[in-house]
Ligand binder design. Structure first.
Ligand SMILES: O=C1C[C@@](O)(C(=O)O)C[C@@H](O)[C@@H]1O
Length: 257
């Protein structure tokens, strides 16, 4: 069985029901803070994912630190957690810096304790990936290791191989987000979730993007997915994200027992 892990105040994986993460996509610190308050007020959302790559405002490290500490404290008081993500353009985000700049961002996030957990791209330069994993291990900060394909859904055998490679790294949770193009692709996502539940120790968050992917975002209590991503207000960070209240209701409805 997959283990349960703690992302700050939130337990995911194991026997826990699928938890909902909502992205903070603000371009300015003021927008991010306001979005975070909306996540705190939303009973459906357990985790706020700060997509730092959406920020366009130039702010000092000190200002980022202050904002993050405030958000982390407010989220914790509501039994919620803050996840920090810097998504590169290669993986569907806005961060245009090179591997070294990516490493610097994460060193700042980890050293300043900006979040309860970090999201790290599996496809990142191996040495940079190793350094970030090592630093987060030393600081006991959980890592979500993520893989995205905005074009297609890999074949089941390839997904299994990928997941096995990801599972060999010292990350606490694995995440796959892919683009289904056919009904078979949707089945592949379900099959990968089913397989991972029996073969991997780390919990897995798995989801499809776009219209066809929507069904995979509400099925995590049947085809196991530790996390699903849903939107609060207009804050979408991937195509196919549905509103948190809808997802919460559907997750409650579609379950095994
Ligand atoms: O990796 C994921 C999943 C996601 O890409 C989605 O498909 O909902 C949204 C991202 O913000 C998050 O980091």
């Amino acid at each position: 069985m997959q283990t349960a892990i703690n992302l700050g105040a939130v337990t995911v994986g194991g026997l826990e029901p699928t938890k909902i993460a909502a992205p903070l996509t603000g371009a300015t610190l003021a927008e991010v803070r306001a979005q975070c308050q909306a996540v705190i007020a939303d009973p459906a959302a357990a985790i706020a994912e700060w997509r730092l790559d959406y920020m366009t405002e130039t702010v000092s490290d000190a200002a980022i630190f202050k904002a993050a500490q405030g958000m982390k404290m407010d989220l914790k008081a509501a039994n919620k957690a803050l996840l920090a993500t810097v998504r590169t353009q290669a993986q569907g985000g806005n961060f245009s810096g090179d591997a070294e700049a990516y490493l610097k961002q994460y060193q700042l996030i980890l050293r300043q304790e900006l979040s309860d957990a970090i999201d790290l791209e599996y496809t990142m330069d191996h040495e940079v990936r190793r350094q970030i994993l090592k630093a987060s291990g030393l600081l006991s900060r959980p890592v979500i290791l993520s893989y995205h394909d905005f074009e297609r859904t890999p074949k089941l055998a390839d997904l299994k191989e990928l997941l096995q490679e990801m599972a060999a790294l010292p990350a606490q949770l694995l995440k796959i987000a892919v683009q289904p193009r056919s009904r078979q692709d949707v089945l592949t996502i379900f099959e990968a979730a089913d397989w991972a539940a029996d073969h991997l120790q780390q919990p897995l968050a798995i989801m499809g993007m776009g219209n066809l992917g929507k069904i995979t975002r509400v099925s995590g209590n049947i085809f196991p997915s530790a996390l699903t991503f849903a939107s609060v207000g207009q804050q979408l960070s991937a195509p196919g994200q549905l509103p948190t209240d809808f997802v919460a209701q559907a997750l409650q409805t579609f379950k095994r027992n």
